[in-house]
Design a binder for this molecule. Sequence first.
Ligand SMILES: Cc1ncc(COP(=O)(O)O)c(C=O)c1O
Length: 398
Amino acid sequence: MNDTSDKRPSPPRHADTRVVTAGRHPPSYHGFINPPVYHASTLIYPSAEDYVAQRSRYQYGRIGTPTTEALESAIAELEGPQCAGVALLPSGLAAISTALLAVLKTGDHLLVTDNAYGPTRAFCEQILSRFGISATFYDPTIGGEIAAQFRPNTRAIYLESPGSLSFEIQDAGTIAKVAHDKGAIVLIDNTWATPLYFRPLDHGADLVIQAGTKYIGGHSDVMLGAVSTNAAHIAALKQTTFLYGLCEGPDDVYLGLRGLRTLAVRLERHFKSGLEVARWLERRPEVLRVLHPALPSHPGHALWRRDFTGASGLFSIVLKPVPQKAVYAFLDALTLFGIGPSWGGYESLAIPFDLAPARTATKWVPGGPTVRFHIGLEAVTDLIADLQRGFAALAAAA
Ligand SMILES: Cc1ncc(COP(=O)(O)O)c(C=O)c1O
């Protein structure tokens, strides 16, 4: 569909254009630029016969409305030609659990990257285990050697690249090829890159998870999840979403659509500012390492260059050893960086973290305390001045 007429031929377009045009069809809503927000549960059929034959474009509010369809088709277009459909869910975590439930059954084994988002790991260990589905964790940087970890009952492999605290980049194409050779399904959490900077379906992934709460929403005011999939898995995804009774409320879908329209310009700024701050931090004497895939010093940099077209504003640093109270003093002295979870909004954030207790397949020994930053849309000069204040407080408390 395009802005004014679906009869015009649609030439191949840059992704920055598609975030503006995808999923929009003004002729269907009286010429207005944006679709209406349908607050809907039930709908009325023209006749009893139509009802019995389900002759209606839409069946029920939970199943889909023109508003949900607009966001689903916009995301599908951004995911690329392999995408056969999208399910919208009430959060990123709901997208993760729904995608896993869509493809797994009792007796299956699942491989999960050791750097997965904490609640993803907990869902596998605490919920999937109750249904007789076992999960084992693997080194995110394993590449083709993952072949040795497949079992006869390995039904799926789960990736998250980069990890959202530790930033390992996975060789998604190689892992997907091995998995397909073994008859397994590939799922990936692509929230960090969004479909603008990495399109996993083009690299062999089967189901792609997006916590729309982050960059798609972009304003820290909505919870939203999406699963995109190829033709082989769309029926299972839609059935699972339907039978678990999952849907996203119309106003939140609209916030997703509204956020999506500015995704390209926001991400470009997050990328540029994030890299500038990361380079500045790399030169600081207090910093041991900066975990940002777009820095040449990052162990996954070559893979990032090969597969990704950009980086978002989320990365971590390893500080040289100081007492934890000095790390807290550093964070508490910041005035522009809020101390809080999540990311992808317009504002900068920072949190301390320790992954040592969360790892089972790999050891987390970074060499010093770790802090994650989300670089927002503020001026970089102000952010750097804020970090300078933080380092002064760190020195005073060390
Ligand atoms: C990588 C990643 N995936 C998924 C999620 C979950 O998204 P939500 O908070 O919308 O449930 C998060 C949340 O922080 C995340 O960082």
